[in-house]
Design a protein around this ligand. Structure first.
Ligand code: ZN
Length: 400
């Protein structure tokens, strides 16, 4: 039985205080795997402890994190109890804290996460609505009061904060938060598809604000990493790859009961696809195959089932596939070289859609997601024009 009480002091550190890496050092360069705390956790071989780690995410995250530690997991671990899913931050109370705590409520909450096995603690920040400047500043001021070093300030912001009208203010606030800060984008449906400049402005955010991270996302995690994010997190399932405003129900397939079916990452297309849609695409064609350790050359059509074993296997496939990209990314120098690698990889995936649609004989079978198109075509640094479609395909203008 795990001790459910909050300790009256922080847990003892395994090393002397000065030997422990800072929170930023511990998390730098990692793309974390965000486990859904709804399920019993397991130590996954698909999660590379060198370049990744786990963010236990959801209502029972603290309990599940402790269970994961008990199961023998020794890698980097964070706990995101997702306060923003039920609580809207206010200027007076930006954090969701227990009502019965008279003082030091935040400290207790942070200690509790450490006690449950987290390597650093996440602030229980509520959802920050669109244009709620006073609330955003209240989070910033509350962060200024935090003296301990084992903290990541969570910014669960409405996607509207990323639009051209508000991004400058958001960056200014982030710059004044001295701790690592983890941005979580909140919107019904895919936040990356909210408006045209989302991908571009996210790059601005992670490159201009120091020690910014992007949590609870999909492949946007990798785009953030190559453009300067401290760390990032990719959700195990679609409900953990984005978040909806506090108190709202996700208006996704989940409400119609589809969410039980896995979403599978298709390596060549660099996109997630629901297994029911995938079954449709492959109805009259050979399914795409995968060489990751869990698939071992088998087809990607085999995950079309809502049972737990299939879910786990599909999640491991996903983690192996993007984990290999994170490994590849780490072999390139941060900066231009890394951005170029990512841009070229996205461009190759974009080109692959046409080939795959011809192969399965469905002209509009697979459509590239808008963010992938943006990652493949946006200039990789300001002032550098994106290559033209022809240049990317290696076609000279004369030959075209
Ligand atoms: Zn696979």
């Amino acid at each position: 039985m795990i001790d459910p009480t909050v300790p009256d002091r922080p847990p003892a550190q395994p090393h002397a205080a000065d030997a422990r890496p800072t929170t930023a050092q511990l998390l730098a360069g990692r793309v974390l795997y965000q486990e859904n705390a709804r399920y019993l956790p397991r130590v996954r071989e698909s999660v590379d402890t060198r370049l990744s780690g786990v963010v236990m995410t959801g209502k029972d995250a603290d309990k599940r994190a402790a269970q994961l530690r008990s199961a023998g997991y020794r890698g980097v671990l964070l706990i995101d109890s997702a306060a923003y899913m039920t609580y809207t931050a206010t200027p007076a109370e930006p954090f969701l804290l227990p009502q019965d705590t008279l003082f030091e409520g935040l400290d207790n909450c942070l200690d509790f996460q450490r006690h449950r096995g987290a390597d650093a603690a996440l602030t229980p920040t509520g959802y920050i609505p669109a244009a709620a400047s006073k609330t955003l500043k209240a989070v910033m001021r509350a962060a200024e009061q935090i003296e301990r070093e084992d903290v990541v300030v969570v910014l669960p912001i409405d996607i509207a904060w990323i639009n051209p009208e508000h991004i400058t203010q958001l960056i200014a606030v982030c710059k004044r938060i001295r701790q690592p800060k983890a941005v979580i984008l909140i919107r019904q449906f895919d936040p990356m598809a909210a408006f045209k400049q989302t991908a571009e402005n996210l790059r601005r955010l992670v490159s201009e604000a120091e020690q910014a991270a992007l949590l609870r996302t999909d492949l946007a995690a990798l785009d953030a990493m190559v453009h300067g994010a401290l760390f990032a997190g990719i959700g195990a399932d679609s409900s953990i790859r984005h978040a909806v405003p506090a108190g709202e129900r996700a208006q996704t397939a989940e409400s119609t009961g589809w969410a039980q079916y896995p979403n599978v990452l298709i390596p060549e297309l660099m996109r997630f696809c629901g297994t029911r849609a995938l079954a449709n695409r492959y109805a009259n064609a050979e399914p795409a195959r995968c060489d990751c350790p869990v698939c071992d050359g088998r087809g990607l059509d085999r995950f079309n089932s809502p049972d737990g074993e299939t879910r786990i296997e599909s999640e491991d496939h996903n983690a192996y596939v993007w984990g290999a990209w994170v490994n590849e990314m780490a072999t390139f120098q941060p900066g231009h070289e890394r951005r170029q690698w990512w841009r070229d990889r996205c461009a190759r995936a974009l080109d692959h859609y046409e080939l795959e649609n011809v192969r399965i004989q469905q002209p509009r079978g697979f459509q590239p997601p808008a963010p992938l198109r943006a990652w493949a075509t946006l200039p990789i640094e300001s002032g550098t024009p994106a290559p033209t479609e022809d240049a990317r395909r290696g076609v000279s203008p004369a030959a075209g």
